[in-house]
Design a binder for this molecule. Structure first.
Ligand code: SF4
Ligand code: SF4
Length: 176
């Protein structure tokens, strides 16, 4: 598995190819794609120690729902209003996100509120959810953040092999 420290450079090298791959994947059978991705998710996370990575906690702002806010503010023994003003901001879509990057709850040992962390953190990077094809833009972007997402893309390219090579060949060499 690639180390998160090497992701920035490695993902840059395959960025254009990944955008072509995204278009290719959009045209594939969605159920078959989900089946492959879910299997890769299980295999890769079995060998991934997220606590030693925590790159998503540095680079991505999780969205919090009302239950997260109730649970975490209660745990911190502060009011919902204080919790919101200290830790959250509203994005353009109206979602409440943790405003600090790296996340305010990230400490040397990992997440300081791990057992009660937001649902969004629990489910990140959503590679075990159905309809992977609907999240492809986000997934291409996450190739520079999450080692597992990066590996899923690289392994998918091997799995679709010749089919993808043929698809890719319609793009000029200097574009890739
Ligand atoms: S709440 Fe915890 S798991 Fe979620 S981003 Fe912050 S440190 Fe990471
Ligand atoms: S979900 Fe991905 S980015 Fe987050 S800690 Fe695990 S491997 Fe690292």
């Amino acid at each position: 598995m690639i180390r998160y420290e090497d992701l920035k450079e490695a993902s840059k090298k395959v960025e254009k190819e990944n955008w072509i791959f995204r278009s290719f994947l959009k045209e594939q059978d969605s159920e078959k794609l989900d089946g492959i991705v879910h299997k890769l998710h299980d295999e890769l996370f079995k060998h991934m120690d997220c606590v030693s990575c925590c790159n998503c906690c540095r680079k991505v702002s999780p969205a919090l729902n009302q239950e997260d806010i109730d649970r975490i503010s209660k745990h911190l023994k502060i009011s919902e209003e204080e919790f919101k003003s200290r830790y959250l901001e509203v994005d353009e879509g109206g979602d409440l996100l943790i405003k600090q990057k790296p996340c305010s709850f990230l400490c040397k040992e990992g997440c300081s509120i791990y057992d009660i962390r937001p649902d969004d953190c629990k489910h990140f990077p959503y590679t075990d959810k159905p309809e992977f094809w609907t999240r492809l833009i986000n997934m291409v972007e996450l190739c520079s953040v999450c080692p597992v997402v990066f590996e899923i893309f690289e392994r998918l390219k091997d799995i679709y092999g010749e089919e993808f090579e043929k698809y890719k060949s319609q793009y000029p060499d200097n574009w890739i």
